[in-house]
Design a protein around this ligand. Structure first.
Ligand SMILES: NC(=O)c1ccc[n+]([C@@H]2O[C@H](COP(=O)([O-])OP(=O)(O)OC[C@H]3O[C@@H](n4cnc5c(N)ncnc54)[C@H](O)[C@@H]3O)[C@@H](O)[C@H]2O)c1
Length: 370
């Protein structure tokens, strides 16, 4: 039997995500053949540390014949131009979230990717925890009617006025576009519901921060409080914050069904809590505990009791990217259409916070598949 040639990745942007993607591609059996960045000397240093040979300019990486998949791990404002160029060059694309700064741009990019027939992925990576798959499978198998959803996604890295980052002055939303979209994607993925209308309120801890050029005004939100309704009749609420002291990456959600409740915490991702009136059952991830082996086993990298974390979730995502590049359909892999969905929810959040009224979420994905 001949072995399939390795799928070769080129990564643009070599900060936090660039190195997470690098480790994940390699662990999934792919190769990282090139890096590109804004500053070639800095990119060369990261390339040396990671053992990546080629350091190119972004446009050179995109057109390089040895690159099969272009990973876009740059700040958000560069996503559309780089992804468009990569698709036009016939490359498969993994583009970090948010796919674009506006819904119209995200939608155009998705259409281009679909028309071009390239594999297109947005790393909504929290889908790749076994406990998430377990919750999704149990809710679906039991036909559980989810009537209420609640949760939060809290971080504290922007709690200090002196902290500055490129995210602070990009786009009309910061906290929601950056992390709120992960919560909504995970909620919709687990429950099968779609958020149809929402009421959102932005809050700012700091309206001025110490930026690279001194004291600057800040327009983007530090937090969002949101109420929502879904197409399947549930209601919910979520708080998103990047300035809640003591919370590092606490994505927590609970889905209340008629018979059971299901809760998941990204910071203890190996366990699913299932509540009933008799008490709460903690289900550890594992082959012995799953109710749906077909749905969950592919996401069990190590046996029960052996922790599986964020980087592992990325490995599982990249393994699916490689499968898709090899022409095998992968259900549940987050694509550009999920990035469009996130952009539609973000647009509704911005509209609602500005108008101080409820806003509908544009149903681009539903119209297209109708
Ligand atoms: N899926 C997830 O879980 C997740 C988590 C964190 C970040 N992200 C996303 O990943 C992307 C990168 O975030 P990060 O935290 O790695 O940021 P980062 O600041 O750590 O890294 C960004 C990198 O891009 C480089 N860069 C800047 N401008 C560039 C340009 N014009 N061309 C090429 N390179 C350029 C920077 O030099 C830096 O190396 C963002 O879109 C962010 O939203 C996703």
């Amino acid at each position: 039997m001949t072995r399939a040639a390795p799928v070769r990745s080129g990564i643009i942007g070599t900060g936090f995500m660039g190195t997470v993607h690098t480790r994940a591609v390699r662990a999934a059996g792919g190769q990282v053949v090139a890096y590109a960045g804004r500053d070639l000397d800095r990119t060369r240093k990261v390339a040396d540390a990671q053992g990546v040979e080629l350091v190119l300019r972004p446009e050179e990486l995109i057109s390089h014949p040895d690159v099969d998949v272009v990973h876009i791990c740059t700040p958000n404002a560069q996503h559309v131009a780089l992804a468009t160029a990569a698709i036009r060059a016939g490359k498969h694309v993994v583009c970090e979230k948010p796919l674009a700064l506006t819904l119209a741009e995200a939608d155009a990019l998705d259409r281009l990717a679909v028309e071009s027939g390239v594999v297109n992925v947005v790393p909504f990576v929290y889908r790749y925890y076994p406990a998430v798959r377990e919750a999704r499978a149990r809710i679906s198998q039991a036909g559980e009617r989810i009537w209420l959803a609640h949760g939060h996604y809290l971080q504290d890295w922007l709690a200090d006025r002196e902290t500055y980052n490129w995210r602070i002055d990009e786009g009309e939303s910061r906290a929601f576009a950056d992390i709120g979209v992960h919560w909504c994607d995970l909620f919709e993925f687990i429950s099968g519901h779609r958020i149809s209308r929402l009421s959102a309120r932005f809050s700012q801890l700091h309206d001025r921060r110490t930026g690279p050029s001194g004291d600057v005004a800040v327009d983007t939100e530090d937090a969002v409080t949101m109420l929502f309704e879904t197409d399947l009749g549930a209601t919910g609420s979520v708080v998103i914050s990047q300035a809640s002291r003591g919370r590092k990456n606490r994505l927590w959600m609970e889905l209340d069904g008629e018979a059971m409740s299901y809760s998941f915490d990204q910071e203890t991702p190996d366990r699913l809590e299932i509540g009933s009136t008799e008490g709460t059952l903690v289900v550890p991830k594992g082959a012995e505990t799953t109710r749906d082996s077909a749905a969950v086993a592919p996401y069990l990298l190590v046996p029960a009791g052996h922790p599986q974390g964020y980087q592992d979730a990325f490995t599982l995502l990249m393994a699916e990217v490689i499968e898709a590049v090899r022409g095998r359909a992968v259900a549940g892999m987050p694509t550009f259409s999920d990035g469009v969905r996130a952009a539609a929810i973000t647009a509704a959040v911005v509209a609602s916070s500005e108008s101080e009224t409820w806003s509908p979420v544009a149903s681009t994905e539903l119209q297209r598949s109708a």
